[in-house]
Design a protein around this ligand. Structure first.
Ligand code: AMP
Ligand code: FE
Ligand code: FE
Ligand code: ZN
Length: 294
């Protein structure tokens, strides 16, 4: 059976390895097919397709689209970041392309704000952060984490996220970007297949089922969301059962992926979760904006 991993990152966003290196590692890990899904960019597609062809691997073009949702829980409205995997979209579709370029702009502004906050307490500058990014790469907290590591303030990226970059820490600034429902619509218009990445990571054994965002998920599905990335290390067991039931109820695609960011980027390893070939066939059949190289 083919080993299919549908979520990985390169230095075109916040991964630590070039698209070529990612595909070389995929070949070594015994994968047959890999999707490159850098955050809000397609800059790695060409190199990935070439590396995949040379190595005899399949390449699936994808993007991890940053969006936000306003979710009501216990009478409060919260702004939460929702990552949408878009498979086989047309990156030249005008409105879809504009969404991505707008997000790159707001990502830079937000990165600068985080650095401004950090700079009150530590000697960090925006120029130092840029040294940890390839020119044109998507900016996110991992580049700031790499800067903190090089300053000797933390041991590695994870340690930076534990304190300096934590969502409930003093320096955090939220993403301000496209609403999830609008993003789903634009992915569909570009011929892409929208799948929610690592859903419900915050759920624990203690979470009451009435606190799960059922309405929010129904709204995303009604808007055209086509699948859930359920088999991902950050999706907790109690969330999986709820998600599988919902996927069955709506005949959704279910995927499994690593979310690889390089050997030194995150502990996630290529192929640690894989996608069922039947589910992958459904993505191939539904995606019309670009072509996989198989
Ligand atoms: P941002 O897009 O700026 O909100 O940053 C989120 C990104 O940071 C995610 O896509 C992950 O790649 C990365 N990330 C989140 N938590 C960690 C962690 N604990 N260790 C390493 N990378 C992380
Ligand atoms: Fe990432
Ligand atoms: Fe993500
Ligand atoms: Zn990812």
């Amino acid at each position: 059976m083919s080993r299919i991993d549908l979520h990985s990152h390169s230095t075109r966003s916040d991964g630590k390895e070039s698209p070529t290196e990612v595909f070389e590692h995929a070949a070594n890990a015994g994968l047959d097919i890999l999707a490159l899904t850098d955050h809000d960019t397609v800059k790695g597609w060409q190199e990935a397709a070439e590396a995949a062809a040379r190595l005899g691997l399949g390449f699936v073009p994808g993007i991890e689209v940053t969006s936000v949702a306003r979710v009501k829980s216990a009478d409060k409205e919260r702004l939460i970041s929702v990552h949408l995997l878009a498979y086989l979209p047309d990156p030249n579709h005008e409105a879809f392309h504009k969404m991505l370029s707008d997000t790159l702009t707001t990502r830079e502004a937000r990165g600068r704000s985080i650095v401004d906050r950090l700079a009150v307490d530590i000697d960090i500058t925006w120029e130092m952060v840029l040294e940890h990014l390839e020119p044109g790469a998507t900016i996110g907290r991992p580049a700031i984490a790499d800067t903190l590591v090089s300053m000797g303030l933390v041991e590695n990226r994870s340690a930076a996220f534990d304190f300096y970059l934590s969502t409930d820490g003093p320096y955090f600034v939220s993403h301000d970007t496209v609403d999830v429902v609008e993003a789903i619509g634009l992915i569909l218009k570009s011929g892409g297949v929208p799948v929610i990445a690592h859903p419900l990571t915050h759920v624990t054994e203690k979470t009451n089922s009435e606190d799960l965002p059922g309405e929010h998920f129904e709204l995303m599905i009604d808007s055209g969301l086509m699948g859930f990335e359920i088999f991902h290390r950050d999706v907790p067991k109690p969330a999986r059962k709820w998600l599988i039931d919902m996927a069955n109820k709506h005949s959704l695609i279910v995927t499994g992926s690593s979310d690889y960011h390089g050997i030194h980027g995150k502990p996630n390893r290529l192929g640690e979760n894989c996608t069922d070939p039947e589910m992958f066939e459904r993505i191939l059949a539904a995606g019309t904006g670009s072509k996989a190289v198989l």
